[in-house]
Ligand binder design. Structure first.
Ligand code: FAD
Length: 346
């Protein structure tokens, strides 16, 4: 399906900094769409440390990673931002002029956006799956090998092999087991790093013969690519055995790579995007970079720095979106028009 969406601003990255930018843009009547490659909102806070306490968010003596994301979502709710999750921005094409920028943004899911300004809040870049070192694995990707579960129904009535011992591997084991024709979990050793209650649930399914658990490592994929038929597994003692499967889901964690951002014609410095510190604009007028992805003298990769950068970028974005309007500085405490936008006016 190809969508064509016209909006004021596209924000790449739904991490904490992209989320707060929605708030600052919303106060200035600027509409935006957010795109994130991950299936959930919250960037590093939600993906890497949802339960860890953060102590340096102004006004919160302590808030967890997920708690911060939940509060940011509540704060931007009045502006009804649109989220496009599970989509990676692949290309950015400039269509306008430096004075009146216009961009066409395309994702790997085929969604196309036209926008007057682009905010890159892409953190360390895209989270990409770590791949197991198996010969020819690429030939099976997308048909027999998947690194994420985008739609559970794809695995209905399939012989599914999940590989890994962390939260993702164990969560998907218990979630896909009822759907799959037969589910097998494979891990190098009989110790799991996942939440104890999920491990317990998995063990009870094994005890009831409702799924299989094997120890070892996949060393070979069999079947005429891209169709997978079975995998060869090597045990610690070097003996091997074969397990039939239609799909293999390896969950070996995520690594961060800059990804397609490197191809968008921006000046880059050590995989970061240099910006000015007045507007946080890049070398391309109309494209802004905020949060962990940018660099400037004295930059601190802190969430609070990204919040400040979003507020200042929004001021300049306003000039591109409403070139004829003068921007008045206002406080949310005292401006009834801002309070109306937030739905809190008396
Ligand atoms: P991110 O949170 O990285 O979000 C960027 C998003 O962009 C990601 O979701 C990614 O999937 C998406 N993306 C990237 N490229 C694309 C693309 N091409 N298309 C679509 N989507 C894309 N900071 C603090 O201030 N205080 C702390 O105590 C603190 N503790 C931390 C503890 C840990 C363990 C870690 C790892 C970090 C910690 N940080 C802390 C750092 C903080 O998490 C980051 O500064 C913050 O997440 C940056 O926010 P961001 O929105 O810029 O980027």
């Amino acid at each position: 399906m190809t969508d064509n969406i016209e909006t004021d601003v596209v924000i790449i990255g739904a991490g904490p900094v992209g989320l707060f930018a929605v708030f600052e843009l919303g106060l200035l009547d600027i509409k935006c769409h957010l795109i994130d490659i991950l299936p959930k909102i919250g960037g590093q806070c939600a993906e890497l440390y949802p339960e860890k306490p953060i102590y340096d968010i102004p006004g919160f003596p302590m808030v967890t990673g997920q708690g911060l994301v939940d509060n940011l979502m509540a704060q931007i709710e009045p502006f009804h931002p649109s989220f496009h999750l599970n989509e990676m921005v692949e290309s950015v094409e400039p269509l306008g002029t430096p004075e009146a920028p216009l961009f066409r943004v395309k994702t790997d899911a085929g969604t196309t956006f036209t926008c007057k300004a682009l905010i890159i809040a892409a953190g360390g870049g895209s989270f990409l799956p770590k791949k197991p070192p198996i010969d020819n694995i690429e030939a099976y990707e997308g048909t027999g090998v998947f690194y994420a579960v985008r739609h559970m129904h794809m695995f209905k009535d399939k012989k599914v092999l999940i590989v890994g011992g962390g939260d993702s591997a164990l969560d998907w084991t218990v979630n896909l087991q009822p759907l799959a024709k037969r589910l097998t979990l494979l891990h190098r050793r009989d110790v799991f790093r996942a939440a104890p209650h999920t491990v317990e649930k998995m063990r009870s399914l094994v005890a009831a013969s409702e799924m299989d658990l094997h120890l070892g490592q996949v060393v070979e994929l069999k079947g005429e690519a891209p169709l997978l038929e079975s995998v060869v597994i090597r045990r610690d003692d070097n003996t091997t055995f074969e397990v039939e499967c239609d799909v293999m889901l390896p969950f070996f964690g995520l690594t961060m790579k800059l990804g397609p951002i490197a191809d968008w014609g921006l000046n880059l410095r050590e995989n970061l995007i240099p910006v000015d510190t007045e507007k946080f604009e890049t070398s391309v007028p109309g494209i802004f970079a905020i949060g962990d992805i940018n660099t400037y003298p004295g930059k601190l990769k802190l969430i609070l720095s990204g919040f400040h950068e979003g507020a200042l970028a929004a001021q300049k974005v306003h000039r591109y979106v409403y070139p004829e309007k003068k921007l008045l500085f206002q406080y949310t405490t005292s401006s009834s028009s801002l309070q109306k936008k937030l739905g809190v006016a008396a």
